[in-house]
Design a protein. Sequence first.
Length: 254
Amino acid sequence: VNVEKYLREAIKKEEFVLHYQPQVSLKTGKIVGFESLIRWNSPVLGLVSPLSFVKVAEDSRLIVPIGEWVLLRSCSFAKGLHDQGIGDYKISVNISVVQLVQDEFVDMVIRILDETGLNPIYLELEITESIIIESFDIVIPKLEFMKRLGVQIALDDFGTGYSSLSYLQQMPITTLKIDRTFIEQVPIEEDKRSLARAIVLIGRRMGLVVVAEGVETRRQLDYVKQAKCDVIQGYLISKPLKDEEAIDLIHSQR
Ligand code: G
Ligand code: G
Ligand code: MN
Ligand code: NA
């Protein structure tokens, strides 16, 4: 099937939805924010995972309007929670390299913050290592600018890319998200386990917020707690939720 053809129509026809996965502070046990994750409910193709359409969207550059839609919706969601007094939660949004290298990217982010009225400190952009390294010179100044605005910058899937620690030091990031492959190995492989602990140490030493992704079991939770991670995300807490479900979860934790 020609995914691109249907993808082209999907925004107009409102076939995308965002799900929000809670992130919990290990210090307080409270939800501190949500990662926004796109879902495509295509009348032709059914429910399509971003794993299968984000690449198509990037190759066709449709990720630019789709990503803008994601950012707008995500910021509106967070601002809505703030305005309704539900809580001052952060929203983390995945950003593709195709978006980030665009000349208009920074202006677009500023415009959406402006339009929604969301305080920039509650927005986090999730970027992967490979994005930054492929386009280092273009991307770094943009990230620096946004960081100065107060926007948080997370390095996503950390540990799976090919960046060196010297690169890490040059990146204007605020948050390190340890890839879930490291967490998966916690009960099994001693080596990976030590790696996860080493990553936390590096992140903390650099003054970054360290997030463990893909925490599914009590044992993994105990491990990342002991390793002094700041925040966890994963099925143990909750899968990504529809907006009403996310709000219900917040209320149930009060
Ligand atoms: O939620 P799920 O496991 O299905 O996501 C699969 C992949 O799709 C993840 O790598 C995630 O980062 C990516 N993804 C989810 N939502 C978005 C989005 O809004 N924009 C981009 N660029 N990637 C996304
Ligand atoms: O690449 P990125 O980290 O943005 O991808 C996040 C993806 O991880 C989302 O698609 C989300 O659905 C998925 N995810 C979230 N929590 C868990 C978990 O505990 N286990 C697994 N296997 N996947 C998870
Ligand atoms: Mn992510
Ligand atoms: Na990740």
